[in-house]
Design a protein around this ligand. Structure first.
Ligand SMILES: [Zn+2]
Length: 96
């Protein structure tokens, strides 16, 4: 079992995976921060939209190009985000 130390109350036996610190009730967050996830979704969509807009598709729509560009990019970027923040743990103190 892996334990975490709470930076607020210094409780050092908070089990990894716990949602709150049992010492001070700080909320514990794991993985990607929401702004990173938003970027990981927005950037591939933006790239796909551009690829679609510039694609000279015979049907007159860039939709297949957008899907072919966006879906793999989205998977890669979400995966990279997950890997990058895999070990991230944040204790968020709730002020009462
Ligand atoms: Zn604590």
């Amino acid at each position: 079992m892996h334990f975490l130390t709470c930076p607020h109350c210094l409780k050092d036996d908070v089990p990894y995976g716990a949602k709150v610190c049992r010492g001070c009730y700080a909320q514990i967050e794991y993985g990607s921060p929401s702004f990173a996830l938003a970027l990981a979704i927005a950037l591939p969509l933006f790239a796909a939209w551009h690829a679609g807009a510039y694609a000279d598709h015979p049907l007159g729509t860039g939709l297949p190009v957008m899907a072919a560009t966006g879906i793999p990019l989205l998977i890669i970027s979400l995966y990279a985000c997950k890997r990058l923040f895999a070990k991230r743990v944040i204790f968020r103190r709730r002020y009462r």
